[in-house]
Write a protein that binds this ligand. Structure first.
Ligand code: NAD
Ligand code: UD1
Length: 340
């Protein structure tokens, strides 16, 4: 089976790539290195002890994508490549449309042209397609109303994937709606390492405060309607998330008929920002100075996943605790520092 992994050197792509290689699959790894480094390829090869085929390419390049799919006779695509900054998406919505939507469309259209019996497409969507919660936990049939340009691109891809897969034959597709992935691979080599100096997301920010690269964490808002006033999210360990992809792939491979599904990948439990900071401090025995500041524009008070569908359909559920997420994030950050 010829499998293409886009965004393979990124945070979620690299961790899933490891699991797929360990399960015996031969992969073609694609990335344009916009938010990753070629060193990640070396780490993947070191961990798995297997040489990989790497293709440096941009998913926006329609002709090149078609050539790659034809040349390697691709039958399955794990599609991680994309831009993920909510803030940047509000400032540059066109760029997000081009990379996240048009790039994905190139892959979906390209796979549709392949003359094969089974076309498998697994797409990295996000919990942000739901928007302001009408009811929690978010079930997959919750109304979809993303609040920002990033979320709108994710929803647009979901709809295009659904339409393409349902109006053509031999399609098996899943949009996986991730909640908040944190943590790192057990080797300590593969984690969330955004290339910008000031990370936007919570865990990379905490880790850099722990290292002393940033002076303190700003907690955006202490007046939310939650247990301690700080926002609540469904944090999921990256290794659990990676295994969720394997479960989705196995589910599709075993199906004889055409399939299109949207499935949450979360733990099904919410933790506040303060709970996360306190857990990080306790398990790693390290102080994280923090200050409260005003709410971040567009932030939602509280959300977490309904995990029944992932359990019933994929036979998958998370195993790792918040403590393990905090510990592995810190191990990863320390290793990065050692290798600087
Ligand atoms: P990441 O930035 O670490 O990885 C994305 C990878 O895609 C990077 O290696 C980057 O170089 C590559 N890329 C970007 N633009 C490209 C292009 N035009 N052509 C080819 N490669 C390109 O991000 P991640 O956290 O691993 O996220 C992976 C996917 O999951 C993204 O689509 C993201 O939107 C989605 N997602 C992430 C989160 C999260 O919290 N990390 C949550 C929900 C959904
Ligand atoms: C957002 C997006 C999500 C996207 C993810 C990764 C929404 C609703 N969610 O998740 O789709 O996939 O980013 O890009 O659009 N926080 C602080 N201080 C910080 C950083 C964060 O207090 O320095 C708080 C935030 O207010 C939030 C929580 O930490 O309550 C988590 O934030 P973050 O890691 O950025 O993820 P989300 O905003 O939940």
């Amino acid at each position: 089976m010829n499998i293409l992994v886009t965004g393979a050197l990124g945070y979620i792509g690299s961790n899933t790539t490891i699991k797929l290689i360990e399960s015996g699959y031969k992969l073609y790894l694609l990335d344009n290195l916009h938010n990753s480094s070629i060193d990640t390829l070396n780490k993947i090869e070191k961990i798995t002890k297997k040489k990989q085929t790497f293709i440096e390419a941009d998913i926006r390049d329609h002709n090149e994508i078609n050539n790659i799919l034809k040349k390697y006779k691709i039958e399955t695509i794990f599609h991680f490549a994309g831009l993920k900054s909510v803030k940047e998406s509000e400032n540059s919505p066109e760029k997000y449309f081009e990379v996240n939507f048009e790039g994905s469309k190139n892959l979906i259209d390209g796979l549709n042209l392949q003359k094969i019996k089974k076309k498998i497409f697994i797409f990295s969507s996000s919990a942000c397609v739901y928007g302001n919660p009408k009811k929690l936990p978010y079930k997959e049939d919750h109304p979809l109303s993303p609040e920002n340009a990033y979320g709108k691109t994710k929803l647009k891809v979901e709809l295009y994937l659904k339409q393409t897969s349902l109006s053509n034959t031999n399609w098996q597709a899943i949009a996986l709606r991730y909640f908040n992935p944190i943590g790192a691979h057990s080797s300590g080599f593969l984690g969330d390492n955004p290339l910008n100096d000031t990370p936007e997301n919570l865990m990379p920010y905490i880790s850099r405060v722990a290292l002393g690269k940033l002076t303190h964490l700003e907690i955006f808002g202490s007046d939310y309607d939650t247990n301690d006033g700080t926002p609540v999210r469904d944090y999921i360990h990256i290794e659990d998330l990676a295994e969720g992809h394997l479960a989705a792939f196995n589910f599709l491979k075993n199906k004889k008929n055409d399939v299109y599904e949207e499935i949450n990948l979360g733990k099904g439990k919410g933790y506040s920002v303060l709970e996360l900071v306190e857990t990080f401090q306790k398990i790693n025995k390290i102080n994280i100075p923090y200050e409260f500041s005003k709410r971040r524009l567009g932030d939602i008070s509280k959300y977490y996943a309904d995990v029944e569908k992932s359990k019933n359909l994929l036979g998958w559920k998370t195993k790792k605790t918040l403590e393990e997420m905090c510990k592995s994030s810190w191990e990863f950050e320390k290793k990065l520092k050692e290798n600087e």
